[in-house]
Ligand binder design. Structure first.
Ligand code: HAM
Length: 420
């Protein structure tokens, strides 16, 4: 070990486990790529004000969890705690909403940073794959996103996740509900901090996990009963579309999210094998966010799935991903001339798209065969002085253990046909 370790709340992705993370990212991205979403990448940091305005001044993310700093030039920046505000900022900046048809559909994959108290499933550096559909108000778009996330998880072999769904209303009906909830909360026995929260962001109090608070909330008014007709009809349409697609979900009238930009449809993917950090993904509609960050009205919807927690969920379910072996052919030279010959063959195989590796450094046959075994290669090609003198190399089938001599000039074609 060196003097240094990964910072608190972070961890390294190291082979062979790291292959799982790549596979998860790819599995989440595949249905998006297949549904008209284009890839977007934005910087790891942004103007801090983007998140303050976008995610919400009073959210935990902005008040406690942001890695905010001032640059030498005096700019106030923050490492991105989430992707939605950045993606919308980038889309507006590039005028994507004016260039083509709406919605603008984008997907992304990257690192996010929150200064949270680390525990299993909760890290200070984590990874999300997300999707945003910008500039359209259409229940089919909300449904599409939920269906695609469901499809991604199923393609990975996950089964024990649940989708919970709610509507948070819009600027017509939410304020009426907010006031009703505030009146209710004022009548409860709450500590000072919670009362303050009830003033600033009463919906967040519903999300308080403490049992004594939850007990008092049993009779709290529900947003469901305050939705205006337009929100009700919209939500009903989303529910019908995902039901028709065979996606199972649960209505959760108490679902609130930790970010302030949501309107109407909100959802979370939860996995029951993860303990307290059970949300593997979440998202919803954010019809007002564009205006909150100085853009035009652009009703939008999206989600982000956590890669770290999805991997934990796979482990909790005992799902083994079928990862292709990273090496198909391993070359073991036993003389100087063999090194040159086999190195050329490895290069040729790689050009043909066959994953091949080589025994580097001067190892004896035993050490080199150990490496061949560890590489997971299906075939090993071994050559020594005597083989080359006869114009052959030895082809070893690592599954059966059989070994046959193959002509030096035939070996590449032979492997190509064997590996199909
Ligand atoms: P979020 O619910 O804050 O939503 O994060 C989405 C997912 O990221 C979570 O469900 C979780 O899997 C993962 N995640 C969040 N924080 C951590 C952490 N500290 N450690 C490990 N994993 C974590 C958003 O970020 C929204 N931008 C989603 C969205 C997109 N809404 C609309 N569009």
């Amino acid at each position: 070990m060196s003097t240094f370790q990964a910072p608190k709340g972070t961890y390294d992705l190291i082979p062979p486990e790291s292959a799982k993370y790549l596979a998860v990212r790819e599995a989440i991205a595949a249905p998006l790529r297949n549904s008209g979403y284009g890839y977007i990448e934005t910087p790891g940091f942004e103007n801090v004000e983007l998140f303050a305005r976008g995610v919400g001044e009073s959210t935990d993310i902005v008040t406690k969890e942001m890695y905010a700093f001032e640059t030498k030039g005096g700019s106030k920046l923050a490492l991105r705690p989430e992707g939605t505000a950045s993606v919308l900022r980038a889309a507006l900046e590039a005028n994507l909403h004016k260039l083509g048809n709406l919605p603008v559909k984008l997907w992304y994959s990257g690192s996010y940073y929150r200064y949270e108290r680390p525990q299993k499933g909760r890290y200070r550096h984590f990874s999300q794959v997300g999707a945003e559909a910008i500039g359209a108000e259409d229940p089919a778009l909300d449904a599409e996103l939920i269906i695609l996330a469901d499809q991604a998880y199923r393609s990975l072999g996950l089964r024990n996740f649940r989708i919970i769904l709610n509507s948070l209303g819009d600027k017509e009906c939410r304020p009426v509900y907010r006031e009703a909830l505030q009146n209710f909360l004022r009548g409860l026995d709450l500590d000072e901090e919670t009362l303050r929260r009830a003033d600033i962001n009463p919906l967040r109090v519903l999300d308080d996990k403490r049992p004594d608070i939850q007990k008092q909330l049993t009779d709290a008014p529900l947003l469901r009963d305050y939705l205006c007709d337009a929100c009700k009809a919209y939500h009903e349409e989303v529910r019908e579309l995902i039901t028709a697609a065979g996606v199972v979900f649960e209505d959760d009238p108490k679902l609130v999210r930790g970010l302030d930009y949501y309107t109407r449809t909100t959802f979370e993917f939860v996995h029951d094998g993860l303990g307290s950090q059970s949300a593997v993904g979440g998202g919803g509609r954010y019809d007002g966010l564009s205006e909150m960050i100085g853009g035009p009205a652009l009703p939008s919807v999206g989600w982000a799935l956590g890669v770290d927690r999805t991997v934990l969920a796979l482990e909790a379910e005992g799902v083994e991903l079928e990862l292709p072996a990273s090496t198909s052919v391993f070359a073991v030279p036993l003389s100087e001339e063999a090194r040159r010959v086999l190195f050329t063959k490895v290069t040729e195989l790689r050009k043909l798209g066959i994953a091949a590796d080589f025994s580097y450094g001067s190892k004896g046959l035993k050490g080199a065969m150990k490496n061949a075994n560890r590489s997971g290669a299906r075939y090993t090609v071994i050559a020594g002085e005597r083989d080359l003198a006869e114009g052959v190399v030895q082809l070893k089938d690592m599954e059966s253990g059989d070994q046959t001599a193959v002509g030096v000039n035939e070996i590449v074609a032979e492997l190509e046909s064997k590996l199909g």
